[in-house]
Write a protein that binds this ligand. Structure first.
Ligand code: PD2
Ligand code: ZN
Length: 393
């Protein structure tokens, strides 16, 4: 923006124009001026500017330009939802599922998700479709409706579906549909856990076959794809940086991406790790093209390295790793334990779990492991590291 445009914007903001206050707050945020960004966003919200109220709630939730205040954010999102924001309905659903700013309640999470879906939020419709059994009469209808409403994940699923134009819209207007959906969905973490197989005794490395369904694997792949970025490592000295030792890309499901379906998947991963969900870091989706790899490394923080020591004090030790294979249509690409005679290439949905520390909590150097490069296709994996105390996410 030129100086005269900025001057005019600032003048209008000072005169009490909500749109100008909103734009000025975004400008301050872009300039890295958090102090004025949050002040002006509050003023825009107080002027009744709808986008300003939503943006303020998102900043309070994520701690952008301010300290995180999840309770306040949740209360504001609930108000926005009651004023008709389908997006806010969806976020409140996620906050109930995560127990963030609101007490954890799956019943409330599902109720708010259904409200979001019936108000037309495409991603909410898609999530509900994928929580129905694969042979359920409404599943494809919901996916087709979500695709028609523009959800890219649903569009991916619908590349194999057929649905007459208009049928989905008609169905969504039928309140009976939402009652059926509420009664018939099965949250992934409520499905029985498959029995894990011990593939190495000490340290104990386990495979849990079919932990996630092929649909849930596809959901994670497709939801992550647009947000993939080069993966980084904490080298212990300089902190987080990109490095040839980890050439794949990654997407983390943080507060705004952690929807009800992802949060339920998080719980399933916590169950297989035998640890509470609150000890899990954000779920990551890893993507490897042929030639990309994650060279041998440890998942624990080494207390002898300065930057790892910082991380240990901040958030505790990484004691357990859970990996889930999100596809299997590639060659090679095994997860390899270099000091043990163990390599694993799971089928779609299989989980691999292992501790990174000895029973006394100190690093287990036998767990050196790496992700080798796939051939003939891309490799997708979900990974979640669990700490020895509540994780910062
Ligand atoms: O992609 C893998 O196979 C792999 C291997 C080792 C992933 C990780 N570690 C990890 O995410 O820690
Ligand atoms: Zn690892």
């Amino acid at each position: 923006m030129t100086e005269s445009v900025l001057d005019a914007l600032y003048r209008k903001a000072c005169e009490g124009d909500g749109q100008a206050q909103f734009e000025w707050a975004l400008h301050c945020s872009d300039q890295g001026d958090s102090h004025h960004a949050i002040r002006w966003m509050r003023r825009a919200a107080n002027s009744g500017h709808a986008d300003g109220r939503l943006q303020l709630a998102l900043w309070l939730l994520t701690g952008h330009n301010t300290d995180p205040q999840p309770q306040l954010a949740a209360a504001q999102l609930q108000q926005l939802a009651r004023h008709g924001s389908a997006f806010a309905y969806g976020l409140v659903a996620s906050l109930y599922a995560a127990g963030q700013g609101l007490p954890r309640s799956w019943t409330a999470a599902v109720a708010w998700l259904v409200q979001a879906a019936s108000a037309g939020l495409a991603r909410a419709i898609c999530q509900l479709g994928l929580m129905l059994p694969v042979d359920h009469r409404d599943r494809n209808l919901l996916l087709a409706a979500a695709a028609a409403a523009g959800d890219p994940v649903a569009v991916d699923f619908c590349s194999q579906l057929r649905c007459r134009d208009g049928v989905a819209d008609e169905a969504l207007a039928n309140p009976g549909l939402w009652n059926r959906v509420r009664g018939d969905i099965v949250l992934p973490h409520l499905r029985p856990l498959p029995e894990a197989q011990l593939i190495h005794r000490d340290p104990p490395i386990r495979v849990c076959p079919g932990l996630l369904t092929p649909d849930h694997c596809r959901y994670l792949r497709t939801a992550a794809r647009p947000f993939l970025a080069p993966a980084d490592v904490n080298d212990g000295y300089r902190g987080r940086l990109t490095d040839a030792s980890r050439s794949n890309s990654v997407m983390g499901f943080h507060t705004l991406e952690r929807d009800v379906l992802v949060q339920s998947i998080n719980h399933r991963l916590a169950a297989v790790a035998g640890l509470p969900d609150r000890q899990g870091e954000a779920l990551s989706v890893l993507h490897y093209r042929p030639g990309q790899e994650y060279r041998p490394h440890y998942d624990f923080f080494n207390p002898l390295l300065p930057r790892h020591g910082d991380e240990l004090r901040r958030g505790g030790q990484r004691i357990v790793t859970v990996l889930v294979y999100l596809n299997d249509d590639y060659d090679a690409g095994d997860t390899v334990f270099n000091h043990l005679d163990v390599r694993c290439k799971g089928n779609t949905g299989d989980a691999l779990t292992f501790p990174n520390v000895l029973p006394d909590g100190t690093p287990d150097h036998r767990t050196l492991h790496g992700g080798s490069s796939p051939e003939g296709g891309d490799k997708w994996l979900a990974s979640r590291w669990f700490r020895d105390r509540a994780a910062l996410r």
